[in-house]
Design a protein around this ligand. Structure first.
Ligand SMILES: *Cc1c(COP(=O)(O)O)cnc(C)c1O
Length: 220
């Protein structure tokens, strides 16, 4: 078995172990394939893995257009900041926009989905620690944004997503996201990456997004 597949198996088993330990449902595993080659991705597809994420539209287009033709029932998520001028391509390619970070972007997505007659799921990204360099709705504005995006744009918001600060203990941030989701009746949370997924599972995340633990260290 290749190292890549044994990493994937290891992660899946660890998610099952932790879900059992923390008495929750095993979270969905999103394989974050940004900066990874098409060959590596295809190896995971052949092994039956179906949920992936990218953070750049251009890169995702070049790697995934062909793969999505050949492999059906794939779920491809966009997890990076989506610029307005890439919305059209993004709606054409992705199945989930997991990084909706403004009402303006949600509106653009809605218009484009109507135009292309294609329904994508959306997650709202929360800038959970109020970091300067990160996009996302602030904790102060998220509840109002959820109302507007639901009631005025007619979206069902599938999940809330966050990336906590690098150095800090992520537990209070994960707990906060969970609390915001519950308060606003959003069913799922997407949180937890290679370095902190155990802590996200401890607060019962529904989805983890893992890159380097599966693929090995990224060059970028
Ligand atoms: C890169 C990335 C991940 C995966 O990070 P790893 O530390 O490699 O597991 C998860 N979520 C987002 C939004 C990312 O950009």
């Amino acid at each position: 078995m290749s190292e890549l597949i044994s990493n994937l198996n290891y992660v899946e088993q660890d998610l099952a172990r932790l879900a059992n330990l923390y008495q929750t449902t095993k979270p969905r595993l999103v394989a974050v394939s940004k900066y990874q080659s098409q060959e590596k991705i295809e190896e995971l597809l052949k092994a039956g893995h179906k949920v992936f994420a990218e953070n750049l539209v251009q890169e995702a287009m070049s790697k995934w257009s062909g793969l999505k033709e050949r492999y059906k029932n794939i779920e491809l998520q966009m997890v990076g900041h989506l610029q307005s001028n890439k919305v059209k391509q993004a709606v054409g390619l992705f199945d989930v926009i997991a990084s909706v970070d403004s009402i303006k972007l949600a509106k653009k997505l809605k218009d484009e989905m109507d135009k292309q007659k294609k329904q994508l799921a959306i997650y709202l990204q929360v800038n959970i620690a109020g970091e300067q360099q990160k996009t996302g709705f602030s904790v102060a504005e998220i509840s109002e944004a959820i109302k507007i995006i639901r009631n005025e744009l007619g979206f069902e918001i599938k999940a809330l997503m966050c990336v906590p600060p690098n150095e800090a203990n992520p537990v209070p941030y994960f707990a906060k996201l969970k609390q915001i989701a519950r308060k606003n009746d959003v069913k799922e949370c997407s949180m937890g990456m290679s370095n902190d997924y155990e802590k996200a599972i401890a607060v019962h995340t529904d989805e983890v997004r893992i890159g380097s633990l599966i693929f090995g260290k990224r060059i970028k």
